[in-house]
Design a protein around this ligand. Structure first.
Ligand SMILES: Cc1cc2nc3c(=O)[nH]c(=O)nc-3n(C[C@H](O)[C@H](O)[C@H](O)COP(=O)(O)OP(=O)(O)OC[C@H]3O[C@@H](n4cnc5c(N)ncnc54)[C@H](O)[C@@H]3O)c2cc1C
Length: 488
């Protein structure tokens, strides 16, 4: 049997590519090393688009040219401008395409104060989108071979001719195919690759939320077949997490693992210091990429989120100053702050102390450094201006009234964002190529395995939801380009 298109990976990108091909009457197949479809795409909460019908319904107007220019500026023009443009331009159509295939949208809420409303949230979150596409794939008769791990690309006469994979019993199987879309979602679980290609450092290696079996197989297969490399260093850093590296989540969080109250408290723009007790960041900068990046440069990459009893009262009586996405909107009252901290206190990850001296004893922070940081910060609060990090005045609350509260925040990331060099049609560029035209015929890459969208970091300031959007849009584009190739 020879397939027209083989998707390596049944996450967002792989599903989108296979469905695109099958809807055009082509024989597609999907391989995934796990037992279920969805990959990391099930964990995402929303995807980027501009000028979608959902935004129009909500009266949100976002100029695609402005978004494009902002993204290029943010990436210092080191991203692939044609690829960026292709994703932005297709994004609204993809929102509708997914809706027609089972996705139900909630709307485009701002993820944090003043965030751009590009983040399309769905009723069943990321899982709702992959479920819709999985149902569509089944309806179209696309076989999905689970527990099947792709290992190598078959190249004949300089063109793609299929994939070699291991099945669940370790047997080697050859899948013959005229085109292959690599959509295997990065290398977050491959410690050697994380060490070699990223600057995440040893301590963060196990902090990849929602990632299972991402060992960079697809990227290595493409490189071995002569693909050029791009963007392998980029990781999608996130907010500080209340979980420690040993407790990292690889499936949807259970209620005991994910307490929205403590997670939301940790996110509040209180007074943040590093492991020494030194303030290091403008706490009113809400881009989680920026928070993650700043944390990554601190000792042990951890932070302590501190507040006093007045702030405890504010959260209980007036509510959160900053919401937690779809879980707890701004203004949500935390019924009992000490109770929300209880589970973390038992694990020595949160503390309530009558004095700063006690707090330093428990946390290991340097008393002199912490006192100096607090005095400086309280002075800024009194004067109404943060002369150090220009924090938004609205969020500046002094830290004076005992007891004092502290929560330890750990570094997180949600995946790697590059590896294979592609052009704006998601064709894989040859290593030897000096142009974007010299491609490996029949080979495409989509989603987290493909580079070119970023410079050194994900952008959670202008294009919120871009990585999930990239998975679906690049998956569709890869499928469409494969159709053009098959038609030749
Ligand atoms: C907790 C969390 C929250 C997130 N929230 C957001 C958000 O709100 N907005 C946003 O834009 N992005 C978000 N992201 C990022 C986003 O989910 C990813 O960028 C996107 O899902 C990547 O899609 P993908 O198809 O490339 O990979 P995946 O969805 O991970 O799919 C890859 C698939 O390939 C399979 N695979 C791996 N190796 C092989 C192999 N050798 N052979 C066969 N199959 C293989 C895997 O099992 C997996 O099923 C979040 C990520 C996480 C983890």
């Amino acid at each position: 049997m020879e397939y027209d298109l083989i998707s390596v990976g049944a996450g967002g990108a792989g599903l989108a590519a296979a469905v695109t091909a099958a809807e055009a009457g082509k024989k597609a197949i999907i391989l995934d090393r796990l037992r279920v479809t969805g990959g990391a795409s099930v964990f995402a909460k929303g995807l980027f688009a501009c000028q979608s019908h959902i935004q129009k319904q909500e009266g949100v107007e976002i100029d695609p040219d402005k978004i494009f220019l902002q993204h290029m500026e943010y990436t210092h023009y080191l991203s692939n401008a044609r690829l960026v443009r292709a994703i932005i331009d297709k994004s609204a159509d993809t929102i509708k395409w997914l809706e027609d295939r089972g996705t139900v949208y909630r709307g485009v809420p701002p993820l944090y104060p003043d965030a751009p409303r590009t983040w399309h949230t769905t009723k069943q979150e990321g899982k709702g989108i992959t479920k819709g596409l999985t149902n569509k794939a089944k309806e179209l008769g696309i076989p999905i071979h689970f527990r099947t791990r792709a290992r190598k690309l078959i190249i004949e006469d300089g063109k793609i001719a299929g994939v070699i994979a291991d099945d669940k019993d370790g047997n080697t199987i050859q899948y013959r195919g005229k085109t292959v879309v690599i959509a295997s979602g990065g290398f977050a679980n491959n410690e050697d690759m994380m060490r070699k290609y990223t600057d995440s450092g040893e301590p963060t290696i196990q902090m990849a939320f929602g990632q299972v079996g991402k060992e960079g197989d697809g990227i290595k297969m493409a490189w071995e077949a002569g693909a050029a490399e791009e963007g392998t260093h980029v990781i999608q850093r996130g907010l500080a997490g209340v979980l420690k590296k040993k407790e990292v989540l690889t499936e949807a969080p259970t209620k005991s693992q994910f307490d929205k109250h403590i997670t939301a408290i940790l996110k509040q723009p209180t007074f943040w210091v590093n492991a020494n007790g030194e303030r290091f960041f403008n706490e009113s900068e809400f881009s989680f990429a920026h928070i993650g990046n700043a944390m990554s440069k601190q000792p042990d990459q951890v932070l302590f989120n501190m507040f006093d009893d007045d702030y405890r009262k504010l959260m209980e009586e007036e509510g959160l100053q900053v919401g937690l996405g779809v879980f707890a909107p701004t203004g949500t009252k935390v019924p009992d702050v000490p109770k929300a901290l209880q589970a973390s206190m038992e694990k020595d990850e949160a503390w309530i102390c009558d004095t700063i001296e006690q707090l330093c004893e428990k946390t290991g922070m340097n008393l002199e450094v912490l006192k100096a940081s607090m005095d400086e910060y309280n002075g800024f609060c009194d004067k109404g201006r943060d002369a150090l990090f220009a924090k938004n005045q609205k969020f500046m609350k002094p830290i004076r009234k005992a007891p004092f509260y502290a929560i330890k925040g750990h570094p997180t990331h949600v995946g790697t964002l590059g590896g294979i060099k592609i052009n704006h049609k998601c064709e894989v560029i040859k290593k030897s190529s000096k142009t974007f035209l010299d491609v490996i015929p029949g080979l495409y890459a989509a989603g987290n395995v493909a580079g070119g969208m970023y410079n050194d970091t994900y952008d959670a300031s202008h294009t919120l939801g871009l990585t999930l959007a990239f998975a679906y849009n690049s998956g569709r584009i890869a499928g469409e380009t494969a159709l053009e190739y098959l038609g030749k």
